[in-house]
Design a protein around this ligand. Structure first.
Ligand code: NAP
Length: 329
């Protein structure tokens, strides 16, 4: 008998066909109340779940006693209660690597847009203000030759470092829990404490996973260490940055500007003070959002799911502690 899988993300026709060949599929949209009720009805039978952004905690897992694999279409896994997965022997998989370069591109798009005021000046033209030659009040700041500080030197951090060093002649500083000598060698990057990095960088880009250790990693105290001319970019998760502290710093021009791809509350509420700030560029969590990369992520997630359901160890297993129990079945 085919195993039962709940999809909470729509996939391409090709991937849907592949799934239908091997498993029973139920597609559900849990963002609506009706969809959430459908999800709760489907969970008791489900052996697999595949999607992104759903909070999967112990309470939800308790509704799915037959669950074997949860395949996330993301690299970040902060919305999953991993300890509960381990206790129940449920495998959790993610989609690293395939989104690294695209997410680093998003980081650079925000760096350039904030430095050269691309979005602000686009709005200015459309509002009919371009009546004469521009002057210094419209000038931005250089990116090339400046110092980029990367907080979290993992896959995406390294892809940023490569762009910065090879493409923009930037000096790269980084902070991680563990130094990365090979990255230092490849890109001439320098390891710094978080405080040193914030003091010395012209651009600071956050690429750490969200965890109890990184929640509000950047708040008033850290923003106060940054140069008044510096720009802060967050492509990690909204909660890594204390949003109220950023709003305060931007309102009082304590730093030059910021670019956010991720926010504490997504979608961003219409009354958010972030929307009032000219020295801020916002994108709606588009880090990996290109047609090619989203398809590659979905394919990777389907591979992980089908491997796990077939009793094979998935390539991108997040919680190896659950594997002995699952493989013993
Ligand atoms: P990764 O390869 O695991 O890199 C994360 C790095 O952060 C690791 O090198 C880790 O190094 C460092 N780190 C972890 N905890 C830290 C801490 N407390 N202090 C300092 N450094 C810490 O992950 P990745 O593939 O680069 O992805 C990083 C994150 O980006 C994801 O978790 C996700 O949340 C986010 N992301 C966002 C988007 C988007 O759409 N905006 C897209 C993809 C990913 P050490 O453990 O050695 O310190």
């Amino acid at each position: 008998m085919k195993k039962s899988v709940v999809l909470y993300k729509r996939l391409s026709a090709e991937l849907m066909a592949r799934l239908h060949e091997q498993v029973e599929v139920q597609l559900i949209d849990p963002s609506t109340a009706a969809g959430l009720a459908q999800l709760h009805d489907a969970l008791p039978k489900a052996q697999g779940l595949l999607g992104a952004s759903l909070k999967v905690d112990d309470a939800l897992l308790s509704l799915a006693p037959q669950l074997e694999v949860v395949s996330s279409v993301s690299v970040g896994v902060d919305n999953y209660a991993i300890e509960a997965f381990n206790q129940r022997g449920v495998l959790l998989t993610n989609t690293p690597d395939v989104l690294t370069e695209t997410t680093a591109d998003t980081g650079f798009a925000l760096i350039l847009a904030a430095a050269r005021r691309v979005v602000e000046l686009d709005r200015w033209i459309r509002a009919g203000h371009w009546q004469a030659a521009i002057g210094p009040s419209h000038f931005g700041c250089d990116v090339q030759g400046k110092t980029l500080g990367i907080v979290g030197m993992g896959r995406i951090g390294e892809a940023l470092a490569r762009r910065a060093a090879a493409g923009f002649g930037m000096q790269v500083l980084y902070h991680s829990r563990n130094p990365r000598p090979e990255v230092e060698q490849r890109y001439g990057a320098g390891y710094r404490s978080l405080s040193e990095l914030l003091q010395q960088s012209d651009f600071v880009c956050l690429t750490v996973p969200l965890s109890p250790a990184t929640e509000n990693l950047i708040s008033h105290e850290q923003l106060a260490l940054m140069k008044p001319s510096a720009i802060l970019i967050n492509i990690a998760r909204g909660k890594v940055l204390d949003e109220a502290a950023l709003i305060d710093a931007l309102q009082h021009q304590r730093i030059r500007g910021a670019g956010l791809d991720v926010m504490v509350q997504e979608p961003l509420p219409q009354d958010s003070p972030l929307l009032q700030l000219d020295n801020l560029v916002l994108t709606p969590h588009i880090g990996s959002a290109t047609l090619e990369t989203r398809e590659a992520m979905a394919r990777c997630a389907v591979d992980n799911l089908l491997a796990g359901l077939a009793g094979e160890r998935p390539a991108n297993l997040v919680n190896p502690s659950a594997w002995p129990r699952r493989s013993g079945i």
